[in-house]
Structures are given as C-alpha cells and as structure tokens.
Design a protein around this ligand. Structure first.
Ligand code: SAH
Length: 462
C-alpha cells in the first residue's frame, strides 16, 4: 500500500491555505464543509473565492512569509509559483505539520483523494497520485451507482444505534440486524424516497428484535473460479463481503481471499493430493456447527463447487441438519484455462463434444473409460492429471488415438503466473519430465489445441 488512508477531523481546526486562485477555492470549499477555520495568505483572492467564501475565511492580502506556518493543523499550498510551493512544503515538513501541495505529490506529506460524498457516508479514492484520471473515472462510476439517499439511510441508522444496542446485546447479532436492514425492504424504501415510512418500519423492527431470538446462520458454498479475481460472479462477491467465517482450500488465490470481509475469520481446510489438511467429514461438520452458532459461513472452493469439488458432499449434511444454504456457481478450470490459453473447447471443424474427467491416480493407475475418451472429434479435459500424465498418454495411444494428437498443459491458468505447454501425446511426458510443471495444472487433449497458435491472447506479466 503506497499510502495509509485516514479521515481527519478538521472541525474548528486552524488550517492555512497559501494561494487564492480557483484551485485554492476548490480545496477551501471542501475544508469549510468539514468545519475548518481557514486562513488564506495570497496577494489577492480570485473573485469567485471572494464572493463565495470571503466572509467565512481570514485573508492576509500579501505574499507568503516563512513565519506564516506557525500554529496550523494542516497546510495546503495552491499557488502558481513553484518556489513558494516548495518553500511551504519544506517549512511545514520540518515543523511536522501535514502539508499538501496541489498536484505535486513529491512535495506532499498527505494527498487528497477523489471523493463521493453521501455524508455521513464518504468514499475516498486514491491512485497514490499515479493516475488521477482513473480515480475520477471510478468516482463517476460510484456516483452513478450509489443512490443519493445513502446518506439519509446512514444518518437514520446512526440515530437508532443506541436503541438497537439496548434491545440486542450481542455485537454480532446487531451486525446481522443492520445487514438485513441495508439489504432489505427498509433500505429500498429509503432509496425510493419514502424515508418516513422506512424509519417507521425500522423502529418497529427494533421493537420486535430481542436477545432471545437466536438466529440460525447460513452457509454459502461459493465457486471462486480458477484464480483471476475478475472471474468471480457478482453474487459471489456480495456474499463474500458478508461472511463471518471463510473456509477455503489451496486452490483459492490470495487476491480472491482478500475480497472477503476484512474481519472475517479465515480457516484453511486445504487439500493437496492425498494430503487432507482437514478430513472431509470434519469440514462438513464444521460448516454445520458454525452455522448453528448463527454465523454467515462462506465455503470458498476453486473453480465450480459442483465440478470435482465435493460440493455435493458438503451440502448434504447441511441439508440433513436443516441449515439454510446457497450455492454459487463459479467458472470451472476447464473453461477458464481453455479461454485464457486461446483454446476453444469445441469448434465446428475439430470437436463436437468435450468431456471433463479426473485423472486422479488410485493405486498407481487411472481408472477411466478409455474407449469413450478415444472417440474422434472430441476434446478431453483432464483435471488432477499431472502425476498420471505418462500413463494417460500411453493409454490413449493404446486405445487408438494418434500419437501426434495435440495436447496442452495449462499451469495456474488465468493467473499472472499462467504457463502453457503444448506438444503431442507421444512427446508430452518427455517434454515435461525436465521442466518443473506443478499443480494446479489442467490437461487439454484434442486438435483444438492447435488453434492456440492463432488465438492466444492472454500474456501474463511474469
Ligand atoms: N472445482 C474445481 C476443480 C477442482 S479439482 C473447478 O471447477 O475448477 C483440482 C484440479 O483442477 C487441479 O488439479 C487442476 O487440474 C484443475 N485446476 C483448478 N484450478 C486450476 C488453474 N487455475 N489452472 C490449472 N488447473 C486448475
């Protein structure tokens, strides 16, 4: 993180503005709305500044002098004279007073973000000074996306905080209560402008809530996709941000985990091949127990939970135990890796079907329907097949597939560490023998692999 974000209380605080032009005006407008006492040092004020705020500021109509910085909480320089700006910055920094020189990040000890103001809700966006245009674009998007009445909703929630505290003693239960408010009919009433009606409903809801009502939690089994966080669904993201606890396994990438609620507990239940960090039965039971404690539990799985993900097993016990659950599909490795490798899984000239199989070894061999896999005009996708690869290639050749059939291995597909190895059935085992290909790797077999020569589009940075 380039900067540490904070919000500063400027109420009644003495702030100095050096400069009296239009840029200073913009900053002064914001600082005044945060309640600051502002002194401006500038030979003259632009007429807009004079007209709008002339009465609310103290103006020293002269050039900046070194002694001007004494006694201020915050200093801003917005003059067109680089020497003055630099001098203000130096003096302020040596006196340990936070200073901002507009549009000159190298002279700043703090920078000001782009903001979306729905007071008391305030959203600040920063690109650390690297790309202000991007920050402004994001701000425009958020402005459009966040209803103006958010501020009213937040203020009303503030008004009823104490009342809810009296009615509900557990902090977690209060959070659940507010989550329902902001995502339910009460918020919708606010957004549609019926704030009096909304407030009445909120009042009633608080009266009806009490500590005796022990709430049952819920489990959300979420497909996190193959690695690139951009491939999450909206629903996955929304639920991830409401989690109390997150259970995740090895395939869930760090950037994706970072999108779960900041203060959610994280429990690693990951598996490597044949090495189960937490046995499956225990994971199933843990999900039930946590939900019974009233928690919102996110079970994050790589790819799609229903494709080689044991999702079915995990929710079976939930269903039997009467715990509510939702399942969110994710982009499975086959689809993510093939797309990011530029290999269409079906193609009118190459493959009319595709099959997904697991190449997981049992007792040193892979037990698959080889005749079915050797069918022509088909793409075969093998999950968990890296260790069994030589065996798989040999079996397919034995069952009539051409030894020159194209094959691709996609390692860490869709991520910035993606690597794609291509070859043919009879040489792939040798090709990879001396390279360090590691899990997770997906195998794609079929003539569609050749299309990659034309269609590859994704080039990871590393
Ligand atoms: N439920 C998951 C699959 C779990 S099985 C899904 O729908 O994708 C684990 C196997 O998936 C790995 O051994 C590997 O073959 C494949 N896999 C998962 N993520 C992958 C990725 N980012 N790149 C390559 N293969 C991946």
């Amino acid at each position: 993180m380039q900067n540490y974000p904070i919000f500063v209380d400027l109420k009644e605080q003495a702030c100095l503005m050096v400069g009296g032009g239009p840029v200073a005006l913009r900053k002064i407008r914001l600082m005044l709305s945060a309640g600051a006492n502002i002194t401006v040092v500038a030979p003259e004020l632009c007429s807009d500044l004079e007209d709008e705020f002339g009465e609310q500021i103290v103006h020293h109509a002269r050039k900046f002098e070194d002694s001007d910085i004494a006694g201020y909480r915050l200093i801003t320089a917005a003059t067109s004279d680089p020497d003055v700006n630099r001098r203000v910055s130096e003096l302020a920094q040596s006196a340990d007073i936070p200073v901002n020189v507009v549009d000159q990040p190298e002279l700043c000890s703090f920078i000001t973000p782009s903001i979306v103001d729905r007071s008391p809700v305030l959203i600040a966006i920063s690109t650390g000074g690297d790309a202000p245009v991007l920050a402004r674009m994001l701000r425009t998007k958020l402005e459009a996306f966040i209803p103006a009445s958010y501020g009213k909703l937040a203020a009303t929630m503030g008004k009823y905080r104490d009342a809810l505290k009296k009615a509900v003693s557990e902090e977690r239960d209060r959070r659940l209560f507010w989550e329902k408010v902001v995502q339910g009919p009460i918020a919708e009433l606010f957004f549609s402008g019926q704030s009096a009606e909304a407030e009445k409903m909120l009042h009633k809801k608080i009266d009806n809530s009490s500590d005796e009502q022990q709430t049952l939690g819920e489990v959300w089994l979420i497909g996190a996709g193959p690695g690139d966080p951009d491939l999450l669904t909206f629903r996955a993201l929304r639920l991830m941000q409401q989690a109390d606890v997150v259970l995740y396994d090895r395939l869930v990438s760090e950037p994706i985990l970072n999108l779960t609620r900041r203060d959610a507990d994280r429990i690693y239940v990951g598996k490597r091949r044949a090495d189960h960090a937490v046995p499956q039965g225990e994971i199933n039971q843990l999900l039930v127990d946590l939900a019974k404690q009233g928690k919102s539990v996110v079970r994050l799985k790589g790819g799609d939970p229903f494709i080689f993900g044991r999702g079915g097993e995990e929710i079976e016990l939930l269903a039997e135990s009467g715990v509510p659950f939702q399942i969110v599909p994710g982009i499975t490795a086959a689809s993510g890796c093939a797309t990011y490798a530029g290999i269409p899984l079906t193609h009118r000239d190459h493959a009319q079907s595709c099959v997904f199989v697991t190449g997981h070894l049992k007792d040193g061999s892979v037990d698959l329907n080889w005749n079915m896999l050797a069918t022509p005009n088909q793409t075969v996708i093998i999950y968990m097949g890296l260790v069994g690869l030589p065996h798989i290639c040999q079996k397919l050749i034995e069952h009539g597939v051409s030894p020159t059939m194209p094959i691709a291995l996609v390692e860490q597909g869709t991520t910035q560490r993606q690597k794609v190895y291509t070859g043919q059935l009879d040489n792939m085992p040798d090709l990879i023998a001396d390279q360090t290909v590691s899990a997770p790797t997906l195998i794609i077999i079929g003539s569609v692999v050749n299309l990659r020569n034309k269609l590859a589009w994704f080039s990871p940075e590393s």
